[in-house]
Design a protein around this ligand. Structure first.
Ligand code: MN
Length: 333
């Protein structure tokens, strides 16, 4: 068995404060913890290869301490002699911050369309990929793919790695189908073992049927919830197992491993009051009813009540184990 660990959308740096002025529970470490858990799993389970589908960081300009922390962890992992391959996503504007740490011989970045080759368990694995295309993937893909596979010899296992929305991919309440920024299924190669992509934060597998072949399109999703759209989704990563039968390598198993995440809770205050004590009691009661480790998104659209929801009051009422943010006013009045 040949094992590939595939994850994406780690968004490192979300809610990570370097010198916090206020002590409160933040989510920054949750993101780093799950990232470390995947790297640890890859080492413990003796993975042959680790692939990252992009959005490694939460945005393109990342504070140096966050870059250093993330790369230090990766460098330590790379010392285990397992290749780590990454395709930059849209949050890093298709380019990862440079660092001497990324020069490690086991860290491989798709800085341009190309194919990388690895030899593991008597199999030659070809990873074809390109950095995220922010505008018009549908028009650019054909050229990019041709460029990426140009002159390449054959391989035992062929994988396409990218960071794009692919036709049929789903998020809560929406399926991507058409549009200039959606890659049509029919454009995907029919002789690859799998198409692996980051970008869509919901974990899912669907298939591209072409020339009698059924190619899985695999999104591992994000490793932590980055928005309340993901509230009901389980977060994790894929372990892909390949096996050889009659000189042909096949993708035999796709195992999704669930990562621990704190519950995300939407709370809305709809009571009109100008009395702080009333609000205080109400909010205290609501917060006591939910999991004490929750990530809470508090909504309040009543102007009179909302005026009382000052940062100080929220800090005072939020248990130390929770992370609470006040949602911006949504409805126009
Ligand atoms: Mn993302």
């Amino acid at each position: 068995m040949l094992k590939i660990v595939f994850f994406a959308d780690t968004h490192l740096g979300v809610d990570y404060t370097i010198n916090p002025k206020v002590e409160r529970r933040r989510r920054g470490n949750d993101f780093f913890d799950n990232y470390q858990k995947i790297l640890d799993f890859a080492v413990a389970s003796k993975a042959d290869l680790v692939l990252h589908g992009g959005d490694f960081f939460f945005r393109s300009k990342v504070p140096a301490p966050i870059v250093d922390k993330a790369y230090d962890m990766l460098y330590d992992f790379a010392e285990n002699d397992i290749p780590f391959v990454i395709v930059p996503g849209n949050h890093e504007r298709s380019v990862l911050p440079t660092s001497i740490l990324m020069k490690h011989k086991n860290i491989h970045i798709f800085d341009e369309p190309k194919t990388m080759f690895f030899e593991k368990q008597n199999a030659v694995i070809a990873i074809t990929g390109f950095p995220n295309i922010r505008n018009g993937i549908r028009l650019q893909y054909k050229h990019l793919f041709e460029q990426a596979v140009e002159g390449n010899p054959d391989a035992d296992i062929k994988l396409l790695l990218m960071h794009q929305a692919i036709q049929e991919s789903q998020i809560e309440g929406f399926t991507f189908r058409y549009g200039i920024d959606v890659l049509p299924l029919e454009m995907l190669p029919s002789d690859f073992h799998a198409v692996l992509s980051g970008h869509i934060h919901r974990a899912q597998i669907f298939y591209s049927e072409k020339s009698g072949n059924r190619i899985p399109v695999i999104y591992p999703g994000s490793t932590e919830r980055t928005s309340s759209v993901e509230i009901a989704e389980e977060k994790g990563f894929y372990e892909l197992l390949f096996d050889e039968s009659e000189n042909d390598w096949e993708l035999k198993e796709t195992n999704f491993h669930i990562l621990p995440t704190r519950p995300m809770v939407r709370l809305e205050i709809t009571k009109l009051t100008e009395d702080e004590r009333v609000l205080r009691n109400l909010l205290e009661a609501e917060l006591s009813k939910i999991d004490q480790n929750s990530v809470v998104r508090l909504r309040c659209e009543i102007p009179e009540t909302r005026k009382l929801l000052k940062a100080e009051l929220l800090r005072e009422l939020t248990p130390d184990t929770m992370t609470l943010t006040l949602a911006p006013v949504y409805r126009k009045r």
